[in-house]
Design a protein around this ligand. Sequence first.
Ligand code: 5GP
Length: 190
Amino acid sequence: MNKGKLFVFTGPSGTGKGTILSEVLAAEPRLRVSVSATTRTPREGEIHGIHYWFMNHSTFEEKIAQNAFLEHACYVGNYYGTPEEPVNEQLDAGYDVILEIEVQGAMQIHDKRPDAVMIFVAPPSMEELEHRLYGRGTENSEKVAERLEQAKKELTYQKQFDYIIVNDTLSDAVFDLRSIIHAEHCRVEP
Ligand code: 5GP
């Protein structure tokens, strides 16, 4: 079986990356999502090993020292990272793997794995992003403000990606992501 392809799926918090991805995962049997590690506190309903590997700061730092992460970043006060071994195992087994991560981590993958397909999800506008982040109700207003500040910085990186999806209508964004994945499999390899 051929090796799978690595996709990086990035965009500011609140752009709907998770929602788009869950629909695409349900429709694409060859696609797997990488489960990240984080030091952030679990939200209601989040399950260890499914949504994230939740861990404390010292465990996370031990894993950094052991080179266990393909990339890692500090995002609004917490660590987030992609465990490397499961990603390689899935790719070797022929599955495509998608990483839903923020921009600093995406740029690390860009340097380390030049074959990774880089996809950026942008909100239709900053006003809409603000509306979605407050509407989601998962963070207090101070944290939402930090995420919005971070979003402004993240949006300046869009041009460095292979593809940009504007998440205006969910069904269009899902179609776009599926189209990118399929197109990448039709690409003529050098
Ligand atoms: P949240 O706290 O909302 O789950 O995630 C905050 C941000 O961290 C989101 O933009 C999410 O995509 C990103 N993120 C999740 N996992 C990882 C990871 O493993 N590495 C990096 N660099 N960012 C991640």
